[in-house]
Design a binder for this molecule. Structure first.
Ligand code: FE2
Length: 283
């Protein structure tokens, strides 16, 4: 299935340009979802839980945490749900139930995620969206754990990955059904036609948010994007979107990727930086 190219029709492209997002039904099979989830489980299992002690409980914990985050550009680093750790840095739940997400170079470093990311189908999807000679900027695996899966407040992905020309393109893959109960995505249709409200900038080894527009998002315009396991959602880089807390008993695993065209320019003051010897690559 992933060996076959996908062709978006005109209506789909038009819908994407009008609304800023596009749901693609059955992008991948249930088997692919299971394989990616199984691999994610193995990676979490291999992750040394003692790292939590060094990163999340040292005296300079905020500095250490920031560094761990910044260093994740070309590695696989793990981040916890806010409610997963007690004050001493001990896990309140099993490790597999505590990870919020991991990234941001899964697509380069892990063979299973690499194969999925660099499949023929993926390349044809990105080509169909008009991105020539695309580069893969980052990958993330998001767990949205049962009961404690944290809210992601309304944002534009362009805030975190800013490009000189066209905004970044994101694709979100549902590895499990995403519903109102377990914290599906929400978005403001057409909201991508507005401007970018903020940028998350890197300065040396720290970060800061630069605000251009303080007007709050009109959350009454949000619509839920409930999707089935195997569906994909393309997200325009300026589309306002969010997801609510997962209070349910079900997890909501998803994999995400961000792309840019080869002739676009990735600005050097973005938070995520690749080493010169390890640049972004394409398919
Ligand atoms: Fe996002």
């Amino acid at each position: 299935m992933l060996n076959q190219a996908i062709r978006l029709d005109r209506a789909e492209i038009a819908k994407y340009h009008n609304e800023g997002f596009l749901v693609i039904k059955d992008f991948m099979s249930v088997k692919t979802c299971e394989d990616l989830m199984q691999r994610a489980g193995e990676l979490i299992e291999q992750f040394d839980v003692n790292i939590i002690k060094t990163i999340f409980t040292t005296k300079n914990h905020s500095k250490t945490r920031t560094q761990y985050f910044l260093d994740s550009a070309d590695k696989i680093h793990f981040f916890f749900e806010e409610e997963a750790l007690d004050e001493a840095g001990n896990l309140k739940f099993p490790k597999s139930r505590s990870i919020n997400k991991f990234g941001h170079a899964l697509h380069d470093l892990d063979p299973v995620f690499n194969e999925f990311t660099r499949s023929k189908k993926m390349a044809s999807l990105i080509d169909g969206l008009g991105l020539k000679d695309p580069l893969i900027l980052q990958s993330m695996y998001i767990c949205k754990q049962p009961q404690i899966g944290g809210e992601v407040t309304c944002h534009q992905d362009g805030t975190f990955l800013f490009l000189q020309n066209e905004p970044v393109t994101g694709v979100w893959f549902a590895l499990e059904d995403a519903t109102l109960e377990n914290g599906c995505l929400w978005a403001i249709p057409g909201g991508h036609q507005g401007k970018l409200k903020s940028r998350f900038l890197r300065e040396e080894n720290t970060t800061r948010m630069e605000i251009y527009d303080e007007t709050p998002w009109d959350l009454t315009q949000m619509v839920p994007l409930e999707v089935k396991r195997g569906d994909a959602i393309v997200l325009h880089g300026f589309l306002p979107h969010m997801s609510k807390q997962n209070f349910s008993e079900k997890s909501r695993h998803a994999y995400t990727l961000h792309f840019m065209a080869g002739d676009n320019v990735y600005l050097p003051d973005n938070w995520m930086r690749r080493m010169v010897e390890n640049p972004f690559t394409g398919f």
